[in-house]
Design a binder for this molecule. Structure first.
Ligand code: PMP
Ligand code: GLN
Length: 378
């Protein structure tokens, strides 16, 4: 049969991780920690399994986990979701994003994405039969061009995808950005899909501008997050979606035939671990220190550091070092210098080649030091 996704190949993350393994390079490409999670969390999984939590959980997730998520969102962002009707546990944020798109987007509908954007958005929209309408963000500050957003809106616009803190650029949306978004969407029935997987990686005392803080946005939004990022367990693939009941009812119609439900022992472990707010409260300081270590290691180098307000990514402009296009530079850096990175052009539908690559600093200090020694010498 003809391909449903003819333009899609292997993701850049898989390609660069494979190259890093093959060449023995330090892998600062694909975003994942090279250190382990809190042992209390793994013990909690064993305990859940031994306590017999090994059969199907309820379709939207176990009640205690959904209750704790709703409490946490209420405490942090001030919106009180009904845990029973408005929160669903997903197989990572990726499934939450796909399911939200599949349940809303009809063939011919338009979905606005800000590029560069995370690589799963575009194929998910295409699978739903939707049309991607990119609004371009540009280096070095990648600010949201609200005029371009307003111009991109049409009667066919079904959804706008927002991602703050932003992968790959490490920028964050501010209060006035959210207010402007609310103003631009006022009077439309456009749904917002808000990818907030890096919600606890915001630095220098700044606030995470969750759409859940803004009633006029929250009423039209799916909020997506992931335990993988917050608890250093990207391989667990457990996340969640919160949305008003009218949106969540539709979400669950797709979810129950997409995955039906998400693995039980992890849900119990996460529910008990969530009783302690310290892990997410301490996360900004934990990653800010790594960001600063990485940035200070490159401060005197020929890499130009872009702002890094959130996420565990640092983008750098390498144009003082090389004139290679981003893809080739990332390959060269991996093969010849021994440090893997991700070309930012991979996050655009029309590659920009601005001479910028992304490094992930969710690594042990020793890993960062080893990479810095190699990079600072360039
Ligand atoms: N959204 C963004 C912006 C991400 O960076 C990631 C992880 N790479 C995801 C979604 C997917 O998260 P998960 O691993 O929980 O599916
Ligand atoms: N989110 C991770 C990143 O941006 C990668 C996840 C994946 O490999 N799909 O690097």
């Amino acid at each position: 049969p003809p391909s449903r996704l003819p333009g899609v190949g292997t993701t850049i993350f898989t390609v660069m991780s494979a190259l890093a393994t093959e060449t023995g390079a330090v892998n600062l490409g694909q975003g994942f920690p090279d250190f382990d999670c809190d042992p209390r969390l793994t013990s909690a999984v064993t305990e859940a399994m031994q306590a017999g939590h090994n059969q199907y959980p309820p379709m939207p997730g176990i009640p205690l986990l959904r209750q704790r998520i709703a409490e946490k969102i209420g405490a942090l962002y001030g919106r009180h979701y009904d845990w029973n009707r408005e929160v669903t546990i997903t197989a990572g944020a990726t499934q939450g994003l796909l399911t939200a798109i599949l349940c809303c987007v009809h063939p011919g509908d338009e979905v606005i994405v800000f590029e560069p954007c995370y690589d799963s958005y575009r194929p998910a929209i295409e699978l739903a039969g939707g049309r991607v309408v990119p609004v371009c963000l540009r280096a070095p500050d990648y600010r949201i061009p609200f005029d371009a957003l307003a111009a991109a809106l049409s009667p066919r616009t079904r959804m706008v995808i927002v991602n703050t803190p932003h992968n790959p650029t490490g920028t964050i949306w501010h209060d006035d950005d959210m207010r402007q978004l609310a103003r631009v969407l006022d009077g439309t029935d456009v749904v917002v899909l808000s990818d907030e997987v890096y919600e606890h990686m915001v630095y220098d005392g700044q606030l995470h501008a969750s759409v859940a803080r803004y009633p006029e946005l929250a009423m039209r939004s799916f909020v997506v997050s992931s335990f993988g990022k917050t608890y250093h367990v990207t391989g667990w693939k457990v996340g969640y979606v919160a949305a008003p009941a009218s949106l969540m009812d539709e979400f669950r119609k797709v979810h129950q035939f997409n995955v039906f439900t998400v693995n039980t022992p992890m849900q119990h472990a996460l529910a008990s671990y969530m009783a302690d707010p310290a892990p997410w409260r301490d996360l900004p300081a934990f990653y800010q220190r790594k960001r600063d270590l990485f940035r200070s290691g490159l401060a005197d180098s020929r890499f130009r550091l872009l702002p890094a307000d959130g996420t565990y990514f640092q983008c750098v402009d390498y144009s003082a070092i090389s004139a290679l296009p981003e893809n080739e530079f990332a390959m060269w850096l991996t093969r010849e210098i021994g440090v893997a990175a991700i070309p930012v052009s991979a996050f655009y539908s029309t590659p920009q080649d601005a001479g910028i690559v992304r490094f992930c600093f969710a690594k042990q200090d020793a890993t960062l030091q080893q990479a810095l020694q190699r990079l600072a010498a360039l």
